[in-house]
Design a protein. Structure first.
Length: 45
């Protein structure tokens, strides 16, 4: 499997990250990359 989590993210999971990034809960986050890739990036770290 290419994805370490053995599956691809659902559209709902991706949408939830976007909604979080746009919410007041994320207002203190600045200049960050939110990797939404099912840990694929961790494979190359």
């Amino acid at each position: 499997s290419v994805a370490p989590n053995a599956r691809f993210g659902s559209p709902e999971e991706i949408a939830n990250v976007i909604l979080f990034a746009l919410s007041k809960d994320a207002s203190f986050i600045t200049g960050a990359d939110l990797m939404v890739d099912g840990a694929l990036h961790a494979r190359y770290a």
